[in-house]
Design a protein around this ligand. Sequence first.
Ligand code: SAM
Length: 329
Amino acid sequence: MHDLRISVTDRCNFRCTYCMPREIYGRDFAFLPRSEVLTFEEIERLARIFVAEGVEKLRITGGEPLVRRNVPDLIAMLVRIRRPDGGPLDLTLTTNGSALRRLAEPLRAAGLGRVTVSLDSLDDATFRAMNGVDFPVADVLDGIAAAREAGFGPLKINMVVRRGINESSVVPMARWARSEGHILRFIEYMDVGHSNGWRLDEVVPADEIVAMIDAELGLEALPPNYPGEVADRWRYADGGGELGVIASVSQPFCSTCTRARLSAEGKLYTCLFAQDGTDLRGPLRAGDSDADLTAAIQAVWRIRADRYSELRSEATTRLPKVEMFAMGG
Ligand code: SAM
């Protein structure tokens, strides 16, 4: 266990068609009531226990993490946690970028180390259609600029590629990220949850993404930074930076997975495609000791045998999997 993703909310201000389609997650959708969401103190306590068990990297996510109030306060609490060897954590946050103009500076001041911004196209019409709420791409670009001004960098940019929807944005995004010095990560469209109507023919495989960019800009493969890194890394042959491709559908990486996920309601998941998790909030609120909570986490981790992406088939894509915004993306 190397990496813990902590979801701080199941709510989001976007309705990306591939994640929280507007037709399903409309005005009357019941998100978690506040009492069921872990408090910052509860998140910090669990994070300390996970770190004592070997986690070195915390990623704050959601839903959209920046729609939760006072997230910089949580960052300030988490940044104080030290690994058993005394070293600092790698503390990072994934966001749609819409609130970075307001929050990049306080997040940096609180001690956040890195930021990943999700951005599926530079084309305004394509981006507005994909985010489901007609959000202008210029405002995300302004958020990215704000992150940079606040001292974050290099930034990581996540782009989900969906056939027929934003494939034509792949090369322009690569050119832009390269000129700006951002690290771009292309993500194969995944069958997370069960409400996005996923179809295999909408996945643009990693090989095809790499070939598109290689043909225009020239790429060379790079070795992983560490075992279990999710992205296959490539660099521009002329030395102009790097990019990555997360091929969870066409080249599953279950066997090297070191990630655990803690949902906003305090459930522990070992797989993004899980159908259920283990409740840690109940024992936490019932007064369990750190040793009890450690034992509960170990019991889950030691017997984990999930490898959904390796078993994916027509039948598995229809399973009632937990939605990504609910688990934490
Ligand atoms: N709201 C934040 C954001 O936009 O980055 C954090 C949560 S979001 C669920 C995390 C990442 O998951 C985003 O980059 C998003 O594009 C990606 N994602 C959501 N649904 C996906 C899907 N079906 N396939 C691939 N990636 C997906």
